[in-house]
Ligand binder design. Sequence first.
Ligand SMILES: [Zn+2]
Length: 96
Amino acid sequence: MPTYQYKCPHCENEFEEFQSITEDPIDKCPQCGKKPRRIITGGAGFLLKGSGFYTTDYRSESYKAAAKKDSDAAVSSTAKTDTTKKDKPKTDKPKA
Ligand SMILES: [Zn+2]
């Protein structure tokens, strides 16, 4: 029996339903009675899609961290370039 996961966009209620494939999708949120959104289709795909769902969540977190790291690296590499630029005239000064 596949598990269907629903999320109600109206009240943010998340719930799972064990249904047969022939059954109609739930169209009433048990909390508010409005139509929920089915986010996972059951069977073997449940685990795959479920883990993918969470992976996406983690990815967006690590993406943010990576993006921050990148901008930090960009800043420090810019600073490094600046230091190199500052050093060059210094070396040139005694010459001139
Ligand atoms: Zn609801």
